[in-house]
Design a protein around this ligand. Sequence first.
Ligand SMILES: Nc1nc(=O)c2c([nH]1)NC[C@@H]1CN(c3ccc(C(=O)N[C@@H](CCC(=O)O)C(=O)O)cc3)CN21
Ligand SMILES: CC(C)C(=O)C(=O)O
Ligand SMILES: [Mg+2]
Length: 291
Amino acid sequence: MTQLSAAQTPQRTPGDGSRALYGGKSNRRITVRDITAAKERGERWPMLTAYDAMTASVFDEAGIPVMLVGDSAGNCHLGYDTTVPVTLDEMTMLSAAVVRGTSRALIVGDLPFGSYQEGPVQALRSATRLVKEAGVGAVKLEGGERSHEQIRLLVESGIPVMAHIGLTPQSVNAMGYRVQGRGEEAAQQLLRDAKAVQDAGAFAVVLELVPAELAAEVTRTLHIPTVGIGAGPDTDAQVLVWTDMLGLTGGRMPKFVKQYADLRQVIGDAAKAYAEDVVGGTFPQEEHSVH
Ligand SMILES: Nc1nc(=O)c2c([nH]1)NC[C@@H]1CN(c3ccc(C(=O)N[C@@H](CCC(=O)O)C(=O)O)cc3)CN21
Ligand SMILES: CC(C)C(=O)C(=O)O
Ligand SMILES: [Mg+2]
Protein backbone atom coordinates (compact mmCIF):
# COMPACT_ATOMS: atom_id res chain seq x y z
CA MET A 1 0.00 0.00 0.00
CA THR A 2 1.19 3.51 -0.82
CA GLN A 3 2.20 5.55 2.23
CA LEU A 4 0.31 8.81 2.62
CA SER A 5 1.98 11.80 4.24
CA ALA A 6 0.28 13.17 7.37
CA ALA A 7 -1.31 15.96 5.35
CA GLN A 8 -2.80 13.46 2.91
CA THR A 9 -4.01 10.99 5.52
CA PRO A 10 -7.81 11.06 5.42
CA GLN A 11 -9.53 11.79 8.72
CA ARG A 12 -11.12 8.53 9.85
CA THR A 13 -14.71 9.25 10.67
CA PRO A 14 -16.70 6.00 10.71
CA GLY A 15 -15.89 4.31 13.95
CA ASP A 16 -14.55 7.30 15.85
CA GLY A 17 -17.94 9.03 15.71
CA SER A 18 -16.50 12.49 16.40
CA ARG A 19 -18.55 14.03 13.60
CA ALA A 20 -21.70 12.02 14.33
CA LEU A 21 -24.94 14.03 14.28
CA TYR A 22 -25.94 12.33 17.55
CA GLY A 23 -23.16 11.88 20.08
CA GLY A 24 -20.59 13.84 18.06
CA LYS A 25 -18.13 16.24 19.67
CA SER A 26 -18.90 19.45 17.81
CA ASN A 27 -20.91 22.13 19.60
CA ARG A 28 -21.46 24.42 16.61
CA ARG A 29 -24.87 24.48 14.99
CA ILE A 30 -25.55 21.60 12.62
CA THR A 31 -26.03 22.51 8.94
CA VAL A 32 -27.68 20.79 6.00
CA ARG A 33 -24.19 19.88 4.77
CA ASP A 34 -23.71 17.82 7.95
CA ILE A 35 -26.99 16.03 7.14
CA THR A 36 -25.77 15.25 3.62
CA ALA A 37 -22.46 13.94 4.99
CA ALA A 38 -24.31 11.68 7.45
CA LYS A 39 -26.04 9.83 4.60
CA GLU A 40 -22.66 9.30 2.94
CA ARG A 41 -21.46 7.69 6.20
CA GLY A 42 -24.63 5.60 6.47
CA GLU A 43 -25.46 7.24 9.79
CA ARG A 44 -28.99 7.15 11.22
CA TRP A 45 -30.31 10.18 13.13
CA PRO A 46 -33.29 11.29 15.24
CA MET A 47 -35.53 14.32 14.70
CA LEU A 48 -38.22 15.61 17.08
CA THR A 49 -40.75 18.38 16.74
CA ALA A 50 -40.52 21.37 19.10
CA TYR A 51 -42.84 24.36 19.51
CA ASP A 52 -41.32 26.38 22.37
CA ALA A 53 -37.92 27.50 23.63
CA MET A 54 -37.82 25.53 26.88
CA THR A 55 -38.73 22.13 25.47
CA ALA A 56 -36.38 22.75 22.57
CA SER A 57 -33.53 23.55 24.99
CA VAL A 58 -34.05 20.21 26.74
CA PHE A 59 -33.87 18.34 23.41
CA ASP A 60 -30.84 20.41 22.38
CA GLU A 61 -29.02 19.47 25.60
CA ALA A 62 -30.02 15.82 25.02
CA GLY A 63 -28.24 16.01 21.68
CA ILE A 64 -31.19 15.82 19.28
CA PRO A 65 -29.49 17.10 16.11
CA VAL A 66 -32.51 18.25 14.09
CA MET A 67 -35.74 19.81 15.33
CA LEU A 68 -38.81 20.48 13.27
CA VAL A 69 -41.09 23.34 14.25
CA GLY A 70 -43.98 21.36 12.82
CA ASP A 71 -47.36 22.75 11.87
CA SER A 72 -48.49 19.88 14.15
CA ALA A 73 -48.25 22.80 16.60
CA GLY A 74 -51.80 23.39 15.35
CA ASN A 75 -53.19 20.37 17.20
CA CYS A 76 -50.32 19.81 19.68
CA HIS A 77 -49.70 23.35 20.94
CA LEU A 78 -52.38 25.79 19.77
CA GLY A 79 -55.57 23.76 20.31
CA TYR A 80 -56.81 23.47 16.72
CA ASP A 81 -58.21 20.13 15.48
CA THR A 82 -55.82 19.85 12.52
CA THR A 83 -52.81 21.61 10.99
CA VAL A 84 -54.99 23.35 8.39
CA PRO A 85 -55.77 26.62 10.29
CA VAL A 86 -52.14 27.32 11.31
CA THR A 87 -50.86 30.66 9.96
CA LEU A 88 -47.41 31.81 8.84
CA ASP A 89 -47.45 34.40 11.66
CA GLU A 90 -47.93 31.57 14.17
CA MET A 91 -45.19 29.44 12.60
CA THR A 92 -42.83 32.42 12.59
CA MET A 93 -43.38 33.11 16.30
CA LEU A 94 -42.98 29.45 17.32
CA SER A 95 -39.93 28.95 15.08
CA ALA A 96 -38.22 32.03 16.54
CA ALA A 97 -38.76 30.66 20.05
CA VAL A 98 -37.25 27.27 19.14
CA VAL A 99 -34.23 28.92 17.50
CA ARG A 100 -33.70 31.06 20.65
CA GLY A 101 -33.90 27.96 22.87
CA THR A 102 -31.23 26.00 20.98
CA SER A 103 -27.58 26.36 20.06
CA ARG A 104 -26.64 23.10 18.33
CA ALA A 105 -29.68 21.63 16.52
CA LEU A 106 -30.56 22.41 12.93
CA ILE A 107 -34.00 24.04 13.12
CA VAL A 108 -36.44 23.30 10.29
CA GLY A 109 -39.56 25.48 10.03
CA ASP A 110 -42.73 23.94 8.56
CA LEU A 111 -44.48 26.10 5.96
CA PRO A 112 -48.19 26.05 6.90
CA PHE A 113 -51.14 25.35 4.61
CA GLY A 114 -51.80 28.28 2.27
CA SER A 115 -48.30 29.77 2.54
CA TYR A 116 -46.78 28.09 -0.58
CA GLN A 117 -49.56 26.45 -2.64
CA GLU A 118 -50.08 29.56 -4.83
CA GLY A 119 -46.68 29.01 -6.39
CA PRO A 120 -42.91 29.44 -6.14
CA VAL A 121 -43.00 33.21 -5.52
CA GLN A 122 -45.41 32.86 -2.60
CA ALA A 123 -43.31 29.98 -1.25
CA LEU A 124 -40.16 32.14 -1.42
CA ARG A 125 -41.88 35.06 0.33
CA SER A 126 -43.11 32.75 3.12
CA ALA A 127 -39.84 30.84 3.54
CA THR A 128 -37.93 34.14 3.63
CA ARG A 129 -39.96 35.20 6.67
CA LEU A 130 -39.04 32.00 8.52
CA VAL A 131 -35.37 32.47 7.64
CA LYS A 132 -35.13 36.23 8.36
CA GLU A 133 -37.59 36.70 11.23
CA ALA A 134 -37.23 33.33 12.98
CA GLY A 135 -33.69 32.34 11.99
CA VAL A 136 -34.44 28.77 10.86
CA GLY A 137 -31.74 26.90 8.93
CA ALA A 138 -34.17 25.20 6.58
CA VAL A 139 -37.88 24.99 5.77
CA LYS A 140 -40.20 22.06 5.08
CA LEU A 141 -43.16 21.89 2.75
CA GLU A 142 -45.59 19.15 1.73
CA GLY A 143 -45.96 17.59 -1.72
CA GLY A 144 -43.81 15.74 -4.24
CA GLU A 145 -44.22 16.37 -7.97
CA ARG A 146 -46.85 19.03 -7.22
CA SER A 147 -44.37 21.10 -5.15
CA HIS A 148 -41.21 20.69 -7.21
CA GLU A 149 -41.25 24.25 -8.62
CA GLN A 150 -41.54 25.71 -5.12
CA ILE A 151 -38.64 23.55 -3.90
CA ARG A 152 -36.47 24.52 -6.86
CA LEU A 153 -36.90 28.29 -6.39
CA LEU A 154 -36.26 28.13 -2.64
CA VAL A 155 -33.09 26.06 -3.14
CA GLU A 156 -31.87 28.36 -5.95
CA SER A 157 -32.50 31.28 -3.57
CA GLY A 158 -30.32 29.76 -0.85
CA ILE A 159 -32.98 28.26 1.41
CA PRO A 160 -32.50 24.54 2.14
CA VAL A 161 -35.72 22.54 1.80
CA MET A 162 -36.87 19.36 3.49
CA ALA A 163 -39.66 17.80 1.42
CA HIS A 164 -42.58 15.75 2.81
CA ILE A 165 -44.42 13.05 0.83
CA GLY A 166 -46.75 10.14 1.53
CA LEU A 167 -49.44 11.27 3.98
CA THR A 168 -49.49 15.07 3.80
CA PRO A 169 -51.71 16.22 6.69
CA GLN A 170 -52.43 19.67 5.18
CA SER A 171 -54.51 17.75 2.60
CA VAL A 172 -56.60 15.99 5.28
CA ASN A 173 -59.83 17.34 3.79
CA ALA A 174 -58.97 15.66 0.47
CA MET A 175 -57.20 12.46 1.53
CA GLY A 176 -57.90 11.80 5.24
CA TYR A 177 -55.21 10.28 7.47
CA ARG A 178 -54.69 7.09 5.44
CA VAL A 179 -51.65 5.00 4.59
CA GLN A 180 -50.17 6.16 1.27
CA GLY A 181 -48.33 4.12 -1.37
CA ARG A 182 -50.32 0.86 -0.98
CA GLY A 183 -50.70 -0.93 -4.31
CA GLU A 184 -48.50 -0.79 -7.40
CA GLU A 185 -49.84 2.48 -8.83
CA ALA A 186 -49.59 4.37 -5.53
CA ALA A 187 -46.10 2.96 -4.95
CA GLN A 188 -44.98 4.20 -8.38
CA GLN A 189 -46.44 7.66 -7.58
CA LEU A 190 -44.52 7.77 -4.29
CA LEU A 191 -41.27 6.87 -6.08
CA ARG A 192 -41.93 9.60 -8.66
CA ASP A 193 -42.60 12.10 -5.84
CA ALA A 194 -39.37 11.08 -4.09
CA LYS A 195 -37.30 11.53 -7.24
CA ALA A 196 -39.04 14.84 -8.06
CA VAL A 197 -38.13 16.41 -4.72
CA GLN A 198 -34.55 15.13 -4.93
CA ASP A 199 -34.21 16.50 -8.49
CA ALA A 200 -35.65 19.84 -7.35
CA GLY A 201 -32.85 20.09 -4.78
CA ALA A 202 -34.39 19.05 -1.45
CA PHE A 203 -31.71 18.04 1.10
CA ALA A 204 -33.96 15.45 2.80
CA VAL A 205 -37.49 14.08 2.51
CA VAL A 206 -40.04 13.05 5.13
CA LEU A 207 -41.92 9.84 4.31
CA GLU A 208 -45.14 9.79 6.34
CA LEU A 209 -47.31 6.67 6.79
CA VAL A 210 -46.02 4.57 3.89
CA PRO A 211 -45.43 0.78 3.87
CA ALA A 212 -42.04 -0.12 5.37
CA GLU A 213 -40.89 -2.03 2.26
CA LEU A 214 -41.64 0.96 0.01
CA ALA A 215 -39.87 3.38 2.40
CA ALA A 216 -36.83 1.07 2.32
CA GLU A 217 -36.87 1.11 -1.49
CA VAL A 218 -37.10 4.93 -1.59
CA THR A 219 -34.22 5.14 0.91
CA ARG A 220 -32.03 2.87 -1.25
CA THR A 221 -32.96 4.78 -4.43
CA LEU A 222 -32.32 8.36 -3.23
CA HIS A 223 -28.99 9.95 -2.39
CA ILE A 224 -30.68 12.40 0.03
CA PRO A 225 -31.72 11.12 3.47
CA THR A 226 -35.26 9.90 4.14
CA VAL A 227 -36.92 10.79 7.44
CA GLY A 228 -39.61 8.28 8.38
CA ILE A 229 -42.75 8.68 10.48
CA GLY A 230 -44.83 5.53 10.29
CA ALA A 231 -42.49 4.38 7.49
CA GLY A 232 -40.75 1.43 9.15
CA PRO A 233 -37.17 0.94 10.36
CA ASP A 234 -35.19 1.36 7.12
CA THR A 235 -35.28 5.12 6.57
CA ASP A 236 -32.12 7.15 7.28
CA ALA A 237 -33.76 9.15 10.06
CA GLN A 238 -36.92 9.08 12.18
CA VAL A 239 -39.21 11.86 13.36
CA LEU A 240 -41.93 11.87 16.02
CA VAL A 241 -44.18 14.60 17.37
CA TRP A 242 -42.69 15.38 20.78
CA THR A 243 -46.00 15.52 22.67
CA ASP A 244 -46.86 12.03 21.32
CA MET A 245 -43.44 10.58 22.16
CA LEU A 246 -43.59 11.90 25.73
CA GLY A 247 -47.23 10.99 26.39
CA LEU A 248 -48.58 14.53 26.63
CA THR A 249 -50.93 14.63 23.63
CA GLY A 250 -53.71 12.44 25.10
CA GLY A 251 -56.35 10.52 23.15
CA ARG A 252 -55.75 7.73 20.65
CA MET A 253 -52.23 7.65 19.23
CA PRO A 254 -51.30 6.62 15.67
CA LYS A 255 -49.80 3.10 15.53
CA PHE A 256 -46.33 4.47 14.70
CA VAL A 257 -45.93 6.33 18.01
CA LYS A 258 -43.70 4.87 20.73
CA GLN A 259 -44.35 6.53 24.10
CA TYR A 260 -41.13 7.07 26.07
CA ALA A 261 -42.73 8.82 29.06
CA ASP A 262 -46.15 9.64 30.49
CA LEU A 263 -45.98 13.42 30.91
CA ARG A 264 -49.79 13.73 31.12
CA GLN A 265 -49.67 11.64 34.30
CA VAL A 266 -46.56 13.39 35.70
CA ILE A 267 -47.91 16.91 35.09
CA GLY A 268 -51.44 16.04 36.24
CA ASP A 269 -50.17 14.48 39.48
CA ALA A 270 -47.94 17.50 40.17
CA ALA A 271 -50.82 19.93 39.53
CA LYS A 272 -53.04 17.98 41.97
CA ALA A 273 -50.33 17.87 44.66
CA TYR A 274 -49.89 21.64 44.35
CA ALA A 275 -53.66 22.25 44.47
CA GLU A 276 -54.02 20.07 47.59
CA ASP A 277 -51.13 21.89 49.30
CA VAL A 278 -52.78 25.27 48.60
CA VAL A 279 -56.27 24.19 49.67
CA GLY A 280 -54.88 22.39 52.76
CA GLY A 281 -52.60 25.26 53.76
CA THR A 282 -49.36 23.25 53.48
CA PHE A 283 -47.89 25.51 50.76
CA PRO A 284 -46.24 27.96 51.06
CA GLN A 285 -44.13 27.21 54.13
CA GLU A 286 -41.52 29.25 55.97
CA GLU A 287 -38.81 28.38 53.39
CA HIS A 288 -40.94 29.85 50.60
CA SER A 289 -41.68 33.08 52.46
CA VAL A 290 -39.91 36.44 52.68
CA HIS A 291 -39.90 38.79 55.66
N1 LIG B 1 -50.23 14.53 17.57
C1 LIG B 1 -49.91 14.42 16.26
N2 LIG B 1 -49.10 13.43 15.86
C2 LIG B 1 -48.78 13.30 14.55
O1 LIG B 1 -48.00 12.37 14.22
C3 LIG B 1 -49.31 14.24 13.62
C4 LIG B 1 -50.15 15.26 14.09
N3 LIG B 1 -50.45 15.31 15.41
N4 LIG B 1 -50.69 16.20 13.29
C5 LIG B 1 -50.17 16.30 11.93
C6 LIG B 1 -49.94 14.96 11.40
C7 LIG B 1 -51.20 14.12 11.23
N5 LIG B 1 -50.70 12.79 11.41
C8 LIG B 1 -51.46 11.64 11.52
C9 LIG B 1 -52.74 11.68 12.02
C10 LIG B 1 -53.49 10.52 12.17
C11 LIG B 1 -52.96 9.31 11.78
C12 LIG B 1 -53.76 8.06 11.94
O2 LIG B 1 -54.81 8.07 12.49
N6 LIG B 1 -53.23 6.94 11.44
C13 LIG B 1 -53.80 5.58 11.63
C14 LIG B 1 -53.62 4.76 10.37
C15 LIG B 1 -54.73 4.86 9.38
C16 LIG B 1 -54.55 3.82 8.31
O3 LIG B 1 -54.19 2.67 8.65
O4 LIG B 1 -54.76 4.15 7.14
C17 LIG B 1 -52.98 4.86 12.69
O5 LIG B 1 -53.56 4.13 13.51
O6 LIG B 1 -51.74 4.99 12.66
C18 LIG B 1 -51.68 9.27 11.27
C19 LIG B 1 -50.93 10.43 11.15
C20 LIG B 1 -49.28 12.82 11.69
N7 LIG B 1 -49.08 14.15 12.25
C1 LIG C 1 -45.03 14.95 11.52
C2 LIG C 1 -44.04 15.94 10.95
C3 LIG C 1 -43.27 15.38 9.81
C4 LIG C 1 -44.72 17.24 10.59
O1 LIG C 1 -44.85 17.64 9.47
C5 LIG C 1 -45.24 18.05 11.70
O2 LIG C 1 -44.97 17.72 12.88
O3 LIG C 1 -45.91 19.04 11.41
MG1 LIG D 1 -46.16 19.31 9.32
